[in-house]
Design a protein around this ligand. Structure first.
Ligand SMILES: [Zn+2]
Length: 299
């Protein structure tokens, strides 16, 4: 990934095709397998993996990710024009779909129970890791929003619902189902906040809303300055809540400091020990504060 972008997600967006698209392109030119350099910046020994998309017109060749250290070593060997033979053994397979569920808990609104404020993360993780940051952190923070509101004796006017979405990584079926149920139950979804960029120190929030709504939201920014939030930006949302766009819901995401996110993303290093309790709390507290403001003043 390009290390010169301060926004690491920009680099991920630019480089991602090497993982999800390269195997098909390689197959088109006769490759028997594809090896992809991990989507990571740090030199490490942990392959960072993720979704790969095949095209039915070409053979579905095996594709593996190799760590940045191994990729550097391989690149060095190739530059020395050594004849290399690579042995690849994989044991991944696609299993048939099986039933699974979104998990939700809520505090019913005291005045407008049919107006829903959603806060969520996703319950599934990429299979080689625990998914402690991606997205255990977002799930725990969403539950913590509910707990904090309750613990402070706040009786929200609107219904505040914490949702742990299922199947974000492999097709977003949970997010789509959530929209389907919202429509079937004629719920009014006023606001949705997602946490899915790791449980790191919070820096800001991003929002997708009308200009008028954004002005109102922006007026609250100073209230969060003392708890570490530096900016309110635009183009907010996340994979799981994006389907709610159809209902004109104001969408938001918490933007933590992501410089270390791709040290762990979809790698065996995304484990509980690598989550800072302090940073996780800071994010959750700011999320709770934002949800409180949205409920109190409306949009
Ligand atoms: Zn995620």
């Amino acid at each position: 990934m390009n290390p010169t972008n301060i926004n690491v997600f920009k680099s991920y967006g630019e480089s991602g095709i090497a993982r999800w698209g390269a195997p098909t392109i390689a197959a088109k030119y006769g490759a028997v397998a594809a090896m992809v350099r991990s989507m990571a910046i740090n030199p490490d020994d942990y392959p960072h993996t993720g979704v790969t998309v095949y095209n039915d017109s070409f053979p579905k060749i095996p594709a593996v990710a190799i760590s940045t250290n191994d990729a550097n070593w391989l690149s060095h060997q190739l530059k020395m024009k050594m004849q290399l033979t690579v042995f690849i053994q994989t044991n991944c397979m696609m299993l048939p779909d099986a039933p699974s569920f979104n998990v939700a808990g809520e505090i019913r609104g005291s005045e407008f129970p049919n107006e829903i404020i959603t806060v969520g993360g996703h319950l599934d993780s990429w299979d080689l890791a625990e998914g402690a940051h991606d997205d255990g952190a977002g799930c725990v923070q969403s539950i913590e929003v509910i707990r904090a509101i309750k613990a402070n004796g706040i009786k929200p006017k609107r219904t505040i619902r914490a949702v742990m979405f299922m199947n974000e990584e492999n097709g977003r079926k949970g997010g789509d189902k959530y929209l389907e149920l919202a429509e079937a139950n004629k719920e009014k979804h006023v606001f949705a906040l997602e946490s899915d960029e790791g449980g790191f120190t919070p820096r800001g929030f991003n929002f997708t809303s009308t200009e008028m709504q954004f002005e109102k939201i922006a007026s609250w920014q100073k209230l969060l300055l003392n708890s570490g939030i530096d900016y309110f930006g635009k183009n907010g949302g996340g994979a799981d809540i994006d389907p709610l766009k159809k209902l004109n819901t104001v969408l938001a995401d918490i933007a933590p400091d992501t410089q270390r996110y791709f040290d762990i993303h979809h790698a065996a290093t995304d484990v509980f020990e690598n989550v800072s309790r302090r940073e996780l709390h800071l994010g959750a507290a700011n999320m709770a504060a934002l949800i409180y403001l949205v409920d109190k003043y409306g949009l």
